[in-house]
Design a protein around this ligand. Structure first.
Ligand SMILES: [Zn+2]
Length: 430
C-alpha cells in the first residue's frame, strides 16, 4: 500500500513537472531563417573582437569625459548606420556636500538615445558606456588568451555593448530590423549610480514594452532578483582648535563621525538582508588641530522597498543626533546627502515570462542559462520598478568585474548575440 502510494506521489510529481516544463518551454524549434542569422553571427566573431578591443583600449572611467565621449561617438555612428536617429541627453553636474578642499562634484558626460520607429512591441535596450577604471588605473588594455579575454569592461559591459550591436546588425542583415520599434539608451554614469541618467531611463521605460539590459551574465546565469541600493554622504562640521592650547574649545568632527559610524554599522542585519558599508572616510587638518570637518561615504543594500525608506530615516536620525559632546545647537552640524539610487528588482509575471523565454531560446541554441539572485544593482532595476518587464543580464559570460581580474569568455560574444537576435525576433511576434 505504502509502495503504491509512493509511486503515485512520484508519478503525480513527474506529471506536474512535465506540465510546468511544458508551460515554460513552448518555444518552437529553430527556423531556417534563424539558422541563417546564427550562421551570420558566427562569422562575425573577428569583427566583434576587433570592436571590443578598440573600445576596451579607450579609457572610459565614469569621470573621464573625453573617453566616454569617444565611445558615445563610436556607437552613435554604428547605430545611425543601422537606421536609428541619434540624440544626446544632457549629463548634469551632480554636487554633494563635502569638507572644504575635497569639493565633491561629478560632471557627467552626455548620454546617447538612439531610436527607430516600426510596428509591434517597443523594445528598450540599455547599456552603459562607462567603466569603474579611471585613466590612472593600471588596468587599461584588452588582452586575449585562447577563449578568454581580459580588460576593463570586457564583461562590465563593453562586451555587452558589442553583443547588443551585433544582435541588431544580424537582424539588419536579414531585413528584419526595419519594421521593429527599438530604442537604445547608452548612459555614461551607471558605475556611479546613474545619478544623471535615471530620469531618462525611467521616462523611456514608461514608453516601452520590453526592457533588455546588457550587463554580464556571469558564469552563464540570468539574474532574477536584485537588492536595492542606496548611498549616503555625511559631512560633519565641528569647531577647530589647538589640540594643546585650547583643547576644550574644540568640537572634533572626527570624534562625532566615529560615533555616527558605530550607529551606521549597527544597521547591518544579515537576517533581513539589509547591509551598510562605510566605504570611505576623510577628515581633519593636522595632528595637533581638533578636526573641524570629517566626511563618510556609505553604501546601503536592501531587499524590500520599505527597508530602503526605513534606512533613509535612520540615516537622517543619525545625521541629526549629536553623540559625542553635550553641545549647544550649531556647534556640531551634519550635512547629509542620501540617495536610494536603485530600487530592488522584484520579479513580476511578465519579467519571469521574459526570463523563461530567454532560457528556453538559450536551450534551443545549446546555451544552458541558470537563474541567480544578486546583491548588485543595474539600470534594469530602474526600468522594472516603473513597470517595464526587464531582463538585465543579456551580456557576455564574464567574471571579476570591478577588479584587475575582469575577464570574459570570447565565445560568449557570438552566443549572446544569437540569443538576443532570436529573443527580439520572437518577442516581436508575441
Ligand atoms: Zn555594468
Amino acid at each position: 500500500m505504502k509502495f503504491v502510494f509512493t509511486i503515485s506521489i512520484i508519478s503525480a510529481l513527474t506529471l506536474l513537472s512535465l506540465f510546468t516544463d511544458a508551460a515554460e518551454n513552448v518555444e518552437a524549434a529553430i527556423t531556417q531563417e534563424e539558422r541563417e542569422i546564427n550562421r551570420w553571427l558566427a562569422s562575425q566573431e573577428e569583427n566583434m573582437l576587433e570592436l571590443l578591443t578598440r573600445i576596451t583600449n579607450i579609457n572610459s572611467g565614469s569621470l573621464n569625459k573625453a573617453g566616454v565621449d569617444q565611445l558615445a561617438a563610436i556607437f552613435s555612428n554604428e547605430l545611425s548606420s543601422l537606421g536609428f536617429s541619434i540624440s544626446r541627453l544632457a549629463g548634469d553636474v551632480i554636487e554633494m556636500p563635502s569638507c572644504p578642499g575635497s569639493d565633491y562634484k561629478i560632471d557627467v558626460t552626455d548620454h546617447v538615445l538612439a531610436s527607430k520607429s516600426g510596428t509591434g512591441p517597443k523594445f528598450l535596450m540599455i547599456g552603459h558606456l562607462d567603466t569603474v577604471f579611471p585613466p590612472n588605473s593600471p588596468f587599461q588594455e584588452f588582452r586575449r588568451e585562447g577563449d578568454l579575454m581580459f580588460g576593463p569592461g570586457v564583461a562590465d559591459m563593453h562586451g555587452g555593448l558589442v553583443v547588443m550591436l551585433y544582435a541588431l546588425k544580424a537582424l539588419e542583415a536579414f531585413g528584419e530590423l526595419e519594421d521593429k520599434r527599438i530604442s537604445i539608451l547608452l548612459n555614461s554614469d551607471e558605475e556611479i549610480g546613474s545619478l544623471s541618467s535615471r530620469k531618462y531611463i525611467e521616462e523611456q521605460a514608461r514608453n516601452h514594452d520590453w526592457g533588455l539590459v546588457y550587463e554580464s551574465s556571469g558564469t552563464n546565469n540570468l539574474t532574477r532578483i536584485r537588492k536595492g541600493l542606496g548611498q549616503a554622504r555625511f559631512v560633519v562640521n565641528g569647531v577647530a582648535s589647538h589640540a594643546g592650547g585650547a583643547h576644550e574649545m574644540g568640537r572634533s568632527a572626527i570624534k562625532e563621525l566615529a560615533y555616527k559610524i558605530v550607529e551606521i554599522e549597527k544597521m547591518t542585519n544579515y537576517e533581513t538582508g539589509v547591509t551598510v558599508n562605510v566605504g570611505i572616510v576623510n577628515g581633519g587638518e593636522a595632528r595637533n588641530t581638533i578636526a573641524p570637518c570629517a566626511e563618510a561615504l556609505v553604501d546601503l543594500r536592501y531587499p524590500e522597498p520599505q527597508q530602503g525608506e526605513a534606512a533613509r530615516q535612520q540615516f537622517e536620525n543619525i545625521a541629526n543626533n549629536v553623540y559625542s559632546y553635550p553641545v549647544d545647537a550649531g556647534e556640531i552640524t551634519t550635512e547629509r546627502w542620501i540617495n536610494l539610487h536603485r530600487p530592488p528588482k522584484i520579479p513580476t509575471q511578465k519579467s519571469d515570462f521574459l526570463l523563461e523565454k530567454t532560457r528556453a531560446i538559450g536551450r534551443l541554441l545549446g546555451q544552458e542559462l541558470g537563474i541567480t539572485d544578486s546583491g548588485g544593482g543595474t539600470d534594469g532595476s530602474l526600468t522594472q520598478a516603473v513597470g517595464l518587464p526587464t531582463l538585465d543580464s543579456l551580456g557576455v559570460a564574464g567574471t571579476g568585474a570591478h577588479s584587475g581580474r575582469e575577464q570574459a569568455r570570447v565565445s560568449s560574444l557570438v552566443e549572446r548575440a544569437q540569443l538576443s537576435a532570436l529573443l527580439i525576433r520572437r518577442l516581436a511576434t508575441e
